[in-house]
Design a protein around this ligand. Structure first.
Ligand code: 5GP
Ligand code: ZN
Length: 112
């Protein structure tokens, strides 16, 4: 499949990995939009929330709920923001669902 995140998960394209388990991989974003910018990649390929099957829904929930335990490892202790860009208006560029983890600075509230 021609999906850049599937290739990263398969180890075919290099990435800076910060955490991995059987359901997810967390990497550094190649083009940081905040002082700290990670991407949580479910290992299963689906484009958007509405495309996730039941297993994928459970795995995504578990992945998100693991973040409090990873705060130390990722350096998120002063707070963090989770973002999912879905579709055209949100500017989703990679059609493999991913969660942006933004941290390391004070953030405003401007979706533009
Ligand atoms: P989207 O706009 O789809 O929500 O986010 C895609 C994100 O993936 C962007 O922040 C972009 O910088 C990041 N990205 C795209 N290609 C690569 C890559 O090859 N490696 C890494 N680490 N990040 C990537
Ligand atoms: Zn994929």
């Amino acid at each position: 499949m021609d999906c850049i995140f599937c290739k990263i998960i398969a180890g075919e394209i290099p990435a800076t990995k910060v955490y991995e388990d059987k359901n997810m991989l967390i990497i550094e974003d190649i083009d940081k939009k905040a002082k700290k910018h990670f991407l949580l990649l479910p290992k299963s390929h689906y484009a958007s929330l509405e495309d996730a099957n039941f297993r994928e829904q459970i795995a995504l929930g578990r992945a998100i709920m693991k973040l409090p335990k990873l705060k130390e490892v990722l350096g998120l202790n002063d707070g963090y923001r989770l973002v999912i860009n879905q579709g055209e208006d949100a500017g989703q560029t990679v059609k493999h669902l991913h969660i942006h983890i933004l941290s390391g600075q004070k953030m405003g509230w401007n979706p533009a």
